[in-house]
Design a protein around this ligand. Structure first.
Ligand code: COA
Length: 254
């Protein structure tokens, strides 16, 4: 079965991570499939809302590290950047259900969702620095805006995980529910949205976002350049090598 499942019903397109054995880590092929699904959902008049969901035990472990090493993103048209642009500019409502670990892009993609429901087991983390990298998905702009600078520094410089209740407190999630209910709660919200007039939804989202649409695009492009450069540097090589060898990284000589 495919690592990304898409299902359209009653105006709702649901995109599901389906790679549980690898903790829903995301390969280039999966980014490509999600970018295509978002593009289709955005332009198909029969789709009014999109939902992103994982499993009740894990949302996503972020980039598949092996795949990332084998085929690092090359240029703005690479699947990961296509996906990030797609999610940042998706014109219709986007709802997410998050349970268990949401690592790296598993967390940063949520800043582009309109409604986020979390299982009480959700554990968010953005450990880019720990991997010798920098933030992506405009999170270096959006996290300080939402969290305030000092809490953003804790999340992005220390890279420490934070749980569902903390995410609720800073406004990253709308509601915390039992993990078995998260996908259902997200679907119920999506059905409610799908019953509303699409033109009014799209216009309202556009108006809420327009003030910083360009800033987000610029930040993403800036981050993308730094991320690609850092990916080739010794710290990232050490961090990724350590992950593959199941040991702790040693940055003492870098
Ligand atoms: N890329 C590639 N493989 C990954 C992965 C990733 N991002 N995350 C998990 N996996 C693999 C593990 O290597 C393991 O493989 P194995 O069965 O061959 O040993 C398998 O998925 C299960 O993961 P495991 O770590 O045993 O599960 P866990 O429940 O103990 O922990 C996480 C789950 C998500 C907390 C942990 O896997 C993790 O921290 N992953 C790395 C996250 C990361 O750094 N992402 C990159 C962000 S840019």
């Amino acid at each position: 079965m495919s690592d990304i499942l898409t299902h359209a019903e009653n105006g709702v397109m649901t995109i599901t991570f389906n790679r549980l054995e690898r903790k829903n880590s995301i390969t280039a092929a999966m980014y490509g499939a999600m970018a295509d699904a978002l593009a289709q959902a955005g332009s198909d008049p029969a789709i009014r809302v999109a939902v992103l969901q994982g499993h009740e035990t894990v949302f996503s472990a972020g980039n598949d590290i092996g795949d990332f090493l084998n085929q690092p993103p090359a240029g703005a048209d690479s699947p990961v950047f296509r996906f990030l642009r797609g999610i940042a500019t998706f014109p219709k409502p986007l709802v997410a259900a998050v349970c268990g670990p949401a690592v790296g892009v598993g967390t940063t993609m949520l800043f582009h969702c309109d409604l986020v429901y979390a299982g009480d087991n959700a554990a968010f983390s953005m450990p880019f620095v720990n991997l010798g990298l920098c933030p992506e998905a405009a999170s270096s702009l959006l996290v300080p805006q939402m969290f305030g600078y000092h809490r953003a520094a804790e999340a992005l410089l220390l890279g420490e995980p934070f749980m569902a209740e903390a995410a609720l407190e800073v406004g990253l999630v709308n509601r915390v529910v039992p993990p078995t209910e998260a996908n259902g709660v997200a679907q119920a919200a999506a059905r409610k949205l799908a019953a509303k007039p699409l033109g009014a939804l799209v216009e309202t989202k556009r108006l809420m976002k327009k003030g910083q649409q360009q800033l987000v695009a610029q930040q993403m492009a800036d981050e993308g350049q730094s991320f690609s450069r850092l990916l080739g540097e010794p710290a990232a090589r050490e961090a990724f090598g350590a992950f593959m060898a199941k040991r702790l990284p040693d940055f003492s000589k870098i």
